[in-house]
Structure formats: C-alpha cells, structure tokens
Design a protein. Structure first.
Length: 431
C-alpha cells in the first residue's frame, strides 16, 4: 500500500476517533449535567446551556442519537484500520487491529472524554450540544425508527418505559443530594434541617404540630369586661379563643390589641364601660376552623391567602382538638422562634448521656425518627407518648420500662392520664 494512502487512512482513522470521543463524552456530559443548573445558565443568556437543555428534554432521543453516531464512527474506524493493517501485515493485521484499535478507542475515545465530561458536565454539555443538535436533527428519521423499535421490544417483554419524575422523585433527589453533601462539609446541619423541613411539609399534617386543646388559653364569654382585660394583661398570647357555655363551643377569636383599643382611647384615657352596651365579644372576629388531617403545606398557603395565621383544629366529627398558627408551621422549617416575651424552655429532646435521651411525651414520632435516626412506625400514633401507649395498650405509670426496636423506654413523667416525659436509651451491642 502506497505511503500516501497509509497516511490518508491514518488521518481518517484519527479523525473518526476524535468524533467517537466527542460522542462518548457528550453522552456522559449531557446525562450527568444538572438540568437545574442548565436552566439557570440558560436564563442568564448562555446559548450552549439552552441547546443542552433542549437536547436533554428528551433523553431517549438524545441517547439514541449519540449511540447511533458513536457506533457509526467506531465501526467505520475499525473497518478502515482492519483493511489497512491486513494489507500491510497480512493475516496478522486482524490481531494488530484488535490490539491497536481497542487501546486507542478505550483510552482516547472512552476514558479520556468521559473523565473530562464527569469533571465538568455543564461546560462539556454546552460544547457538545453545538455539534450534537444538528447531527440529531439530520438523523432524526433514523433515531425515530430506533426509538419505535426499542419501545416495541420493551413492550413485548412487558417492560414499562421510564415515566416522568413525580414531585416525590424530585424531593427524594434533593434529600439524597443534601445527605451526600453533609460529609464534605457543603451543608451545615442546621441548613440541612431547614431544607428538609421545607420539603417535608406536604407529608406532615396539622395534627403533628398543633397545640393540644388541653393547653389552650381561652376567654369565657360570660365574664365581665374587667375580668377579660385582666386575663389579657397576664397572657403571653396575642389571640385567644372565646367560648360560650363549654370550652368546645368557640364563638369568637379575641385579639388582645383590639380589646384594649376598645377600652382605651388614643390618649391612654380609659373609656367608661356602660352596663347596657352590647356583649364585649360581639364585634370580635369569627373563628377559622381547619381539619387536623390537613397537610402543613396546604395550610400554610391557606393562611397566606386568607391573610391570617391562627386557626382552630377539629377532627372529622367537628370536635375541637387544638389550635395551629402560621408560626407553628414556619418553626417546622426554621426551628423554634422565641421572642423576648417567651419563657425559656428546655429542648424537647435532650441527650443526657451517650445514647440516652430525655424526651417530652408530646414530641412527634417523625421528629424522633429524624433526630435519633430511628424507624418507629407512624401509622398508629402521632406522638412518642402515643406510640408507647399504643404498644402497651394502657397508660403506664412513672418508672415503668418497655423495650421497642432496640430502645429502652422509661416513663419519667406523667400528669393524670398524660405521659409528659420519657427516657429513651439505645440498646448497646453488649446487651
């Protein structure tokens, strides 16, 4: 074979290997690139990011097009190399072709471009999309035929094609990425809690965060105005439910500020109370009731739309269960919000020794699972005290001990029929 022919074939093979590297690296870059990052970059004016975003919108079409191009150039390069080496080396040319082309394709057309694409997926995808977009457009008829055949083959074997990601899939992806980033120090623990708390809102209900009815401060509609003002003066709350007859019968919601405005004028002079005036609660706002099973995400939107942040919680029968505020929901994201009027409280979950915790009975099972890395069932009870009562089938006395899923539960506090505190100890390996 003449030298100029060998030179031409060699250059042609090298060109095909470069194209193979481009296809191989493009596949890795475009499948590894974050569509979220590409969207942000596209909105900032990056044409490469916009093209990459368009290509990755249909991953099946993209992969089919890349594999078509990659296999075409690999097969063509190997065929040309085989023909050239057989002419030069005779029968040994096939073996030489296998060794040389495997080495070149593996190193320069697979490992090297893929390594670059993994290191810089977004940058690589910008560059790749400029070449791939016209290639896939030109060969789209062939790509469509390939996709059609693949769909039919998968359908024949009863394999369903990948469905679009649901909201739960997206949330799992974010949660997983945050978890992976923690060891590298990219996320602070508190930041992790806030983000996970926000993502978890749709999965949590009002029942888990509400203030139980036994702890609600109320005003009695039958009390006189002086008594009401005295109670308002000593309460740390800005809004109080008003009941009539029995505490289940909430008729109004009193705003402490409104009551004082009614009793004092702007100069601070006390307005005399007449005996024949309308009931003091008549002009107060009507109560807003919500179901205890309402998801927190839904309730937060309702609060914002209604421009209020206080609601009474009822069960399916309309019986009062507690109250919930917008602050209660926000605290599930940012943690406890205290102001100068709030009394200093001990943490609901305190680690007193390694693997030993003092826990308030009102803490939810979900929070315990998150903080103690446990996996207690949430199907039968909302709070950790409720979980223990459900397991025992009775209300335990102080000092009683129960073992559950490798944890030792000891009742350390009880008020009437309510468990107020538990000591939870993780079972050691020696036990």
């Amino acid at each position: 074979m003449p030298f100029d022919t060998i030179l031409f074939n060699s250059i042609f093979i090298l060109l095909l290997i470069v194209l193979s590297a481009m296809f191989s690296g493009s596949e890795t870059a475009l499948t590894a690139a974050s569509r979220g990052k590409l969207k942000v970059q596209a909105e900032k004016g990056s044409k490469g990011a916009k093209k990459a975003l368009d290509l990755t919108s249909n991953r099946k079409r993209l992969v089919s097009g890349i594999l078509l191009g990659n296999n075409l150039v690999n097969i063509l390069a190997t065929s040309v190399a085989t023909n050239m080496f057989v002419i030069i080396f005779g029968d040994n040319g096939i073996l030489i072709t296998t060794v040389v082309m495997t080495a070149f394709l593996l190193i320069f057309a697979e490992i090297l471009p893929k390594s670059y694409a993994i290191a810089r997926p977004e940058i690589a995808s910008h560059k790749a999309s400029i070449i791939l977009a016209p290639f896939i457009a030109i060969f789209s008829p062939i790509v469509n035929v390939i996709q059609f055949l693949i769909s039919r083959i998968l359908g024949f074997f009863g394999i369903a094609e990948h469905q679009p990601d649901s909201l739960a899939d997206v949330q799992d992806e974010i949660i997983g990425r945050i978890g992976l980033a923690i060891p590298s120090g990219l996320f602070d623990k508190e930041d992790q809690k806030r983000i996970l708390g926000a993502l978890d809102l749709p999965n949590r209900t009002i029942e888990e965060v509400m203030l139980h009815r036994s702890e609600i401060e109320m005003l009695n509609s039958d009390d006189n105005y002086e008594t009401i003002l005295s109670k308002c003066l000593h309460t740390p709350f800005s809004r109080l439910p008003v009941f009539q007859g029995e505490t289940e019968n909430i008729i109004k919601i009193a705003h402490v500020k409104d009551l004082y405005r009614k009793h004092w004028d702007i100069t601070g002079k006390k307005t005399p109370i007449k005996a024949d005036i309308n009931p003091w609660y008549q002009e107060l706002k009507d109560p807003y009731f919500v179901l205890e099973t309402t998801p927190l995400g839904v309730q937060m939107r309702d609060f914002l739309e209604k421009r209020t942040h206080f609601a009474l919680v009822v069960d399916e029968y309309g019986a009062l269960q507690g109250l919930v505020t917008l602050e209660d929901i926000i605290e599930e994201i940012v943690g406890e919000i205290d102001d100068e009027h709030d009394e200093k409280r001990e943490p609901e979950v305190q680690e007193i020794n390694s693997g030993e915790y003092l826990v308030e009975g009102s803490v939810t099972v979900r929070d315990i699972n998150r903080q103690l890395a446990t996996d207690f069932s949430q199907d039968q009870a909302v709070t950790i005290a409720g979980l223990l009562i459900n397991e025992l089938k009775y209300i335990p006395e102080i000092g009683e001990i129960y073992w559950l899923e490798g944890f030792r539960f000891e009742v350390t506090g009880r008020e009437r029929n309510r468990i107020t505190q538990l000591k939870i100890t993780k079972q050691s390996e020696e036990q």
